[in-house]
Unconditional design. Sequence first.
Length: 467
Amino acid sequence: MRHLTTLALLALLLVAPAHAQERTLPQSATQLTLSFAPLVREAAPAVVNVYGEARAAARQVDPMDDFFRRFFGGDVFGGPSLPQERVQRSLGSGVIVDESGLVVTNHHVIEGMDRVRVALADRRELDAEIVLSDARTDLAVLRILSDERFPTIALGDDEALEVGDLVLAIGNPFGVGQTVTQGIVSALARTQVGITDYQFFIQTDAAINPGNSGGALIDMSGTLVGINTAIFTRSGGSHGIGFAIPARMVRTVVDSARIGAERVLRPWLGASLQMLTPELAESVGLLRPAGALVADVVAQSPAAEAGLRRGDVIVAVDGAPVDDTEAFGYRFALAGIEGTTRFRVLRDGRDAELEVRLMPPPETPARRPVSVSARSPLDGATVVNLNPAVADELRLFERAGAVVVLEVPPRSIAARYGFRPGDILLEINRVRIGASDEVEPALSRGRGAWELVIHRDGRTITTVLRG
């Protein structure tokens, strides 16, 4: 046994770098039995399984109807159809963050669900209600419908994490039951992942699989540093690349739920930003493309009041560095909706400090929703006046005096013509549209053909629709 220990020690010394040679083999039985079990015992009771269920009426389609559908696409009306109930289910994980029964999970776990149940670590199942669900962060808050007090995991400080730190992931992969996996923090502030609007993820190699969504990522002090959300996979299983939403963003959503907000409250800037390319970075005097370039500023917005200008590059928010537009969106969303925040910007090759007022996006002008019922390609759509609050919901840059499509029911005529939320209506039948109540009168000018000018995804499109 002594010979084996000597060989192992020699191997360790040969492969270890000079600065790590003070590390030794376990010297006692106590060291040999070091375990994550104490952390798991504390955290696991607060990690739950989340089950969602939605019931919807599905049509039983006539075989001939199905024949036409496969060859021509779309819906074929006129054939017989019988109502038939269809049940959709989802499975994920969640974390109890308040002893009253507040549970954080992912929005995609409970999206569209009519009924939600939570299975506790002791195998009891309880009903829960959806308090708040936010697609932009992919987070949701549930409340367990019970008067008892529940075990919790405290929200930690993800800003203290470093690449290489040990973490544990706890969840319910593939529905097999509560499972714990161990790994390290592989990367921080991951953007350009394409999962949510606020991309600033913790990357980990702790095994995360389907069903882990909404589960806990904890550090070695047992605090919650992230909510496991997605994996990069080609097979459907874990490849060692998992992503978690940082605890600071989780806290923002939970705080909104605690005060009874119907949606997550975020600050309004009133500026559009764009990514810095190496060429743009060089033109503004940066050695590398780091920061968020201001492309446009809305008049009378917090950005305008602070003196932010087109061409400025935002490089820090409250002292925290901003590497790209995604990082800015995350940092600014955490600033709150009261008080002020400070931007450090690069302007004409020099640093400048700006103080920006924090406030929620206003509902001015009033939305004045109009459900289009006129016989036209927009039949069934809901249009509203575009204001900062609407622009925030639809991820648009607001335009003064603009009208936007807010909702398009799936089986409406507007949906069949390809309209979608976020389409800005500039002209209808050569009439400039400046208010929602001008849409239907302009549509009535059409006689089997409608000329529309629409702004979508940064492009202005002119089209003639017939019907």
